[in-house]
Design a protein around this ligand. Structure first.
Ligand code: NIG
Ligand code: FE
Length: 417
């Protein structure tokens, strides 16, 4: 089937000469075409332009074409959500009561709550049920405009449970219309029985989990929670080195709780991204410059946990790119709504709408290794995009926060809703 969308009020994030990401000042530039059309064929963006130049009959004589009139509406490339933990056994709102009462994320974790709470439930979780509940979450994020998502393991923390999570992600990849990347996060938390013998647990991750993960091709990336109270720089180095032996690149949880060295070790091992970054100073920015590692900020987690906000403006002023992702998970960010992330970017981080849109499309696509095929309106890229409801400007996207501005979703060139 092919689709012609015409009378588009504004076609957003048009890239004729595609870049893999945009950095620094360029993040404030967003190329658009007003009064535009877009043609989709064989699942790909085939052509687009301004209505003045459209020769309608070139397309409408074709059989099996659907014509969509988008008068008053805009077309955006789908969001790429490059950091989630959306396969999980149960929500954790009861534990959240402790947070409301004043306990910190770290205090809850120390008591065996947090990630270990999810890991306990994961041991007995039924694989089919995990798959079904995750499919529902994918349906939810698709309706908010996400077209690509990275999903991590990390609520297993035993060989069997980690493999179970990764098999679920593999099934999601096969069934869902979303573009999905999977990340092995065996080093998400130190199980109670390894407290005091942390390197013993790292041995299990490297020698028992990783070989099986690699053998069954279950992970595109490898992650470590490199932060105060979790894994050290030395642990992280060992794990990233082990990943390199299998050609699995890092995507690191870093500097959420302290200046942990996580950013520097990520860059040293050419991680695809370092994520969270609340504790980012001059040294960290220096390390990131001239690297191929995407600094990725997770506004949902900082907002939900009441943390300090990452110095995004300083990072962009220094010339760095910034990506934004949801961190969708039951403990620190129970939402995968990327429109809300765009709003938080502007409201909390003072990012311009154009910067927030670049950070959630092309840059976050880079942070999950798919910006060559997604993340902008470019001929030959996958037709993962959405048509908005009638909106006055693209700046309205962050401004009118809290409601769904998406009306029609197209994934792989097919109408999803
Ligand atoms: O990215 N920071 C570490 N891990 C997750 C939280 C996972 C959880 O609490 O369940 C995060 O925020
Ligand atoms: Fe995370």
């Amino acid at each position: 089937m092919s689709i012609l969308i015409e009378n588009i009020k504004e076609l957003i994030q048009v890239e004729k000469n595609p870049e893999l990401y945009v950095s620094g000042r360029k993040m404030a530039e967003l190329s658009t075409i007003k009064d535009a059309w877009l043609y989709i064929e064989n699942g790909l963006i085939s052509d687009f332009g301004s209505m003045e130049e459209l020769n309608r009959s070139d397309y409408t004589i074709k059989n099996d074409i659907e014509v969509i009139d988008a008068t008053g509406k805009m077309v955006f490339p789908s969001f790429a959500d490059s950091h989630t933990h959306l396969v999980y056994p149960a929500s954790r709102e009861i534990e959240y009561m402790d947070k409301i009462a004043g306990l910190s994320y770290e205090e809850i974790a120390k008591r065996g709550g947090g990630i270990l709470n999810s890991a306990r439930l994961m041991q007995d979780a039924d694989e089919d049920e995990l798959f079904e509940s995750s499919m529902k979450r994918l349906d939810e994020i698709i309706r908010y405009g996400t077209g690509a998502v990275e999903i991590k393991s990390g609520y297993g923390l035993t060989v069997d449970s980690e493999l179970k999570m990764l098999r679920v992600i593999k099934r999601l990849k096969e069934i869902s219309p979303l573009t999905i990347k999977s990340t092995f996060l065996g080093a998400h938390s130190i199980p109670m029985e390894y407290r005091g013998n942390q390197s013993g647990y790292v041995d299990i991750v490297i020698n028992e989990m990783l070989p099986e993960v690699a053998e069954d091709n279950l992970a595109d990336y490898i992650d470590v929670f490199c932060d105060r109270g979790f894994f050290t720089v030395e642990d992280t180095e060992r794990i990233l080195e082990a990943g390199m032996k299998y050609n699995i690149r890092g995507k690191i949880h870093a500097n959420e709780l302290d200046y942990s060295g996580g950013i520097q070790v990520g860059v040293k091992y050419n991680a695809l991204s370092v994520d969270h970054l609340e504790f980012t100073g001059k040294e960290e920015i220096e390390a990131l410059l001239d690297s191929k590692t995407m600094p990725t900020v997770l506004p949902g987690a900082a907002f939900f946990l009441g943390m300090k906000y990452s110095p995004v403006r300083e990072m962009m002023d220094a010339g760095l790119p910034v990506a934004l992702a949801s961190d969708f998970n039951p403990g620190s960010s129970p939402s995968g709504n990327m429109q809300l992330i765009v709003s938080m970017a502007s409201i909390l981080y003072k990012m311009l709408p154009a910067e927030a849109i670049n950070a959630t499309t092309i840059n976050s696509a880079y942070a999950m290794g798919v910006s060559n095929i997604l993340g902008s309106i470019t001929v030959g890229k996958k037709a993962n995009l959405f048509i908005t409801k009638e909106i006055p400007t693209y700046e309205y996207m962050p401004y009118y926060y809290g409601t769904n501005k998406v009306e029609t979703v197209i994934l792989n060139g097919e109408i999803y809703m």
